[in-house]
Design a protein around this ligand. Structure first.
Ligand code: G
Ligand code: MN
Length: 528
């Protein structure tokens, strides 16, 4: 039977895409932020539709789900990914990882395991990315399937984190290795204080759950700096590279696997001043004023430009015009305060509307309100003072941080000491008890001849059963046959007690311990 497709209508049946071999994978590199190394790629699915052009997954996902083809497509993606890893290996690019978004939640375990074995790819070269909803709705069987894969080294990532519907209770129980922060959050971090806060919280959650963080959709150096500062492990996005065809990945890998030169480098102790004004000639003349000053000047014409610069450089002082078409200076600075609370913020304006100035000052958003036209020398002095203010706060913060660290170290050392004391106390108790059980009378005598320790046998023999601790050794031991015992010189002598002769052995302590004094042992002897 022939299917008649009306002219102009385009099929959205993914079955056809599979049958006519119209699906393709493109690959976006993932970069290790500490080193700039390309550690692997995310495989992204595209449908080369004969009429509609290249379609993104989100454009055909609903159709795919409706026709129940998630499993077939997921298998196709997994197979192509493993084959691509094999191709890279064969070209000498070893140990690369492939992140694969999967739609189906189970049933792929055996399939993947078989592919890995057949193409000799290690489990730890595959990372499965699952949407939050897929993971949190996962059946116990699906969770077990994931665990089986993880035992083989396959990593499991939660995709688009912080923009879905996170069930934190459940998230904490899932078998996960990695958390991908959603692109929409990433793109807001340098301009939107609430996105910045969400990103920080997502990182905290990942740390608490011991998950690696992958930042996706990094487009600017500022965004990258933000996440580097948070010590995120991996990043991907247009800033580094767009998703590319397999052939282009090979060219890129052959040229070297590093993006180190693209990573931001921060030197501390430098002074950075940011100025925002909608009038380019004001910015130009301010630049002239600051020529020769020991600070780097960054200029921005719009708030967005300013936020990007703020994210890229360790700016200490921010100076803004008040009346601008996109945003009032005081509103801009209020936002800067929420993103970078330690910056020192100044308004430079020819326009002094009392209300906005008062508000900004009362909210703590600004440090000084300066007026145009300005006096060059005075302005330079104001900026110098502002930097000193910034550095003072930074120093205080550093000191507080160091204090907190020192306190933490002290606390742990105290804890260690306490544990050691407890152990020693326990050991001492045992020694005491053991001494008590020895059937030979033993005394511990201090340097003055006072008895400090006695065991049960000694008490029985010398004190009629009651403790002789505190007595003088000469009062409880009769004189020896040949000399008084008082001196307790090391050596052996003999005494008679209740008709029995005892050999008195005196040993000075301190050879093998920090003990002081003498141990006196009475050994029943035949010598008379
Ligand atoms: O499903 P997932 O969240 O992995 O989809 C990522 C999508 O985002 C891909 O289609 C990819 O092409 C796209 N993408 C990757 N990097 C960037 C980026 O830096 N900016 C934008 N806007 N999109 C990106
Ligand atoms: Mn994603």
């Amino acid at each position: 039977m022939m299917t008649v497709v009306a002219q102009g209508t385009a099929s959205t049946d993914v079955r056809e895409a599979l049958a006519a071999d119209q699906l393709r994978l493109v690959f976006q590199p993932q970069i290790h932020l500490a080193t700039g190394q390309v550690v692997g790629f995310e495989a992204l699915l595209r449908w080369h539709h004969p009429q509609r052009g290249i379609l993104l997954p989100r454009e055909f996902l609903p159709d795919m789900e409706r026709s129940g083809l998630e499993t077939s497509v997921t298998r196709w993606v997994i197979e192509r990914s493993v084959l691509q890893l094999r191709a890279w290996e064969d070209l000498g690019h070893r140990g690369l990882q492939m992140a694969v978004s999967v739609f189906a939640d189970d049933g792929i375990v055996g399939y993947l395991q078989d592919l890995l074995a057949r193409h000799e790819i290690a489990g730890n070269q595959i990372e499965l990315e699952l949407a939050e909803s897929v993971l949190t709705d996962a059946s116990p069987a699906a969770v077990q399937a994931l665990q089986a894969l993880r035992r083989q080294g396959v990593a499991v990532a939660i995709d688009d984190f912080a923009a879905g519907h996170s069930n934190l209770r459940q998230l904490a129980r899932l078998p996960l290795d990695c958390l991908k922060i959603d692109l929409s959050v990433v793109q807001g971090v340098v301009t939107d204080p609430s996105d910045a806060m969400v990103a920080r919280m997502a990182c905290e959650i990942a740390r608490a759950l011991r998950l690696r963080i992958v930042v996706e959709g990094v487009e600017t150096e500022g965004q990258l700096q933000f996440f580097s500062d948070l010590r995120c492990e991996l990043a991907q996005g247009f800033f580094f590279a767009r998703p590319m065809e397999a052939a282009d990945t090979v060219a890129m890998l052959a040229a070297g696997r590093t993006f180190a030169q693209a990573l931001p480098q921060h030197a501390t102790g430098e002074r950075h001043l940011l100025m925002l004004d909608d009038e380019p000639n004001i910015l130009r003349s301010l630049r002239r004023v600051f020529r020769g000053q020991p600070w780097t000047v960054h200029i921005a014409n719009t708030p967005d430009e300013a936020f990007e610069l703020l994210a890229r450089h360790p700016v200490g002082v921010v100076m803004s015009d008040q009346r601008m078409p996109l945003m009032r200076g005081t509103d801009f600075l209020a936002r800067v305060k929420r993103l970078y609370p330690d910056t020192v913020r100044i308004v430079l304006s020819g326009y002094t509307e009392l209300q906005s100035v008062t508000e900004a000052i009362n909210e703590g958003a600004i440090y000084k309100f300066l007026t145009k036209p300005w006096n060059d020398t005075q302005l330079n002095e104001e900026i110098e003072q502002a930097f000193r203010q910034f550095e003072m706060v930074a120093d205080t913060r550093r000191l507080q941080q160091r204090l907190r660290e020192t306190n933490k170290q002290l606390e742990s050392r105290l804890l260690q000491n306490e544990e050691r004391l407890q152990r020693e106390e326990a050991a001492l108790d045992v020694t005491h008890e053991a001494l008590g059980l020895v059937p030979v009378p033993i005394l511990g005598v201090d340097a003055n001849g006072m008895i400090a320790i006695s065991n049960a046998a000694a008490d029985l023999l010398l004190g009629d059963g009651s403790s002789v601790v505190g007595e003088h050794v000469c009062d409880v031991l009769p004189d020896s046959r040949d000399s008084r015992l008082g001196g307790l010189q090391p050596g052996t002598r003999w005494v008679r007690i209740a008709g029995t002769t005892y050999e008195v052995r005196c040993n000075d302590l301190g050879a093998a311990s920090r003990g002081m004094g003498t141990v006196v042992t009475l050994i029943q002897g035949a010598n008379t």
